[in-house]
Design a protein around this ligand. Structure first.
Ligand code: AMP
Ligand code: TRP
Length: 350
């Protein structure tokens, strides 16, 4: 970005560690599942050290009803576990229980430049014409996100396509901090944006991202939807009158058709090319029921398990608390070193 950045950093000194987060600002969608959760599980199962966080402090950058926030945080945790995150192998917690995030977030507010933040497209989209009246936190949000990641010296961050710019900002903050203080303290983070569904689109408009905040419930599949609702939403999804083409090229100007093909591919664990090869020439009257069956087969077990876990909120809170203790053990010494680098006196006897 605009500040001159010099020394290219190497990550040789940092062990591979994954961090990612999801906001508990509503129910999770198929977009969160395919773009994030499903891939979080894959990374855990590859044996990499994985830290996953329900970022409740990010959620309150827009208004959240306190009771709903608690409920959505537990539901988010249940979704992680139901999707295959094992709290014994991964660290799973909610952000506000580990104060290192807020502390490093403040320091990064003093490293990041106004110009960098003003270029964040997600802020511009979320603030829209209302930019005088949104919270200051919404503007600072990406600096807190950088703190989430860098408080753990995480080296890799799996996310959907929409987070790419925030991860570039995270790199800029790490590099500027290292340069300003003449240290090689923070790693330069690698985004992991991969798979057939890095950007799942709305079922009502193939040019808009599927989002938990879309006013139309028909636009998304929620992880809490039952089989019948999932089938109905897919059958009613907007499409065009043409049959499926026989090459990927043929989907170029057909955003709705391309979205359904990508969703099928990601759910089946195939490439989009493979799906096109299997369904070349098929009408939506054939393709949509096949997609609905596949979606139900993959999502129903997750929904059932989520519902079971949600019956014991105390157990979810216990898991989050234990995850937070383990997270704190990693982040505390890192953030303590940051205070030292920055020149703050730490003389309390703890
Ligand atoms: P959020 O719900 O904004 O906290 O997003 C949590 C994670 O899900 C991030 O990695 C996002 O990039 C990812 N994500 C959210 N919506 C979508 C979508 N429609 N398609 C793909 N990934 C998504
Ligand atoms: N900003 C992310 C989103 O809206 C959520 C998030 C917060 C995150 N902190 C993070 C993602 C750290 C990855 C790493 O989707």
């Amino acid at each position: 970005m605009s500040e001159p950045v010099q020394t290219p950093q190497t990550n040789a000194a940092f062990r591979p560690r994954i961090f990612s987060g999801i906001q508990p600002s509503g129910g999770l969608t198929l977009g969160n599942y395919l773009g994030a959760l499903k891939r979080f599980v894959e990374k855990q199962d590859e044996g990499i050290e994985t830290i996953y966080c329900l970022v409740d402090m990010h959620a309150i950058t827009v208004w959240q009803d306190p009771d709903k926030l608690r409920q959505q945080t537990r539901e988010g945790a249940a979704a992680f576990i139901a999707a295959g995150i094992d709290p014994a192998r991964s660290i799973l917690f909610n952000q506000s229980q580990v104060t290192a995030h807020a502390e490093l977030g403040w320091i990064f507010n003093c490293v990041a430049r106004m110009g960098w933040m003003s270029r964040m497209t997600q802020f511009k989209d979320k603030a829209g014409k209302n930019s005088e009246n949104v919270s200051l936190g919404l503007f600072a949000y990406p600096a807190l996100m950088a703190a989430d990641i860098l408080a753990y010296h995480a080296t890799m961050v799996p996310v959907g396509e929409d987070q790419k710019q925030h991860l570039e900002l995270t790199r800029d903050i790490a590099i500027k901090f290292n340069n300003d203080f003449g240290v090689d303290f923070f790693p330069v983070v690698k985004p992991i944006i991969e798979g057939a569904a890095t950007r799942v689109m709305s079922l009502r408009d193939g040019t808009k991202k599927m989002s938990k905040s879309d006013p139309s419930d028909q636009s998304r599949i929620n992880l809490t939807d039952d089989a019948d609702t999932i089938s109905k939403k897919i059958r009613k999804a907007k499409t065009d009158p043409e049959p499926l083409p026989d090459t990927l090229e043929g989907l170029k100007d057909r955003p709705e058709a391309r979205n359904l093909v990508n969703i099928y591919a990601a759910l089946a664990g195939h490439s989009a090319e493979q799906v096109i090869a299997d369904f070349a020439g098929a009408q939506f009257g054939t393709f949509k029921p096949a997609l609905a069956d596949l979606a139900v087969a993959k999502l129903e077990p997750i929904t059932t398990e989520m519902n079971r876990l949600m019956k014991d909120p105390a157990e979810i809170d216990r898991i989050l608390g234990e995850g937070a203790d383990r997270a704190e053990a990693i982040a505390r010494p890192i953030v303590d070193q940051v205070y030292d680098i920055v020149g703050m006196i730490r003389s309390r006897r703890r």
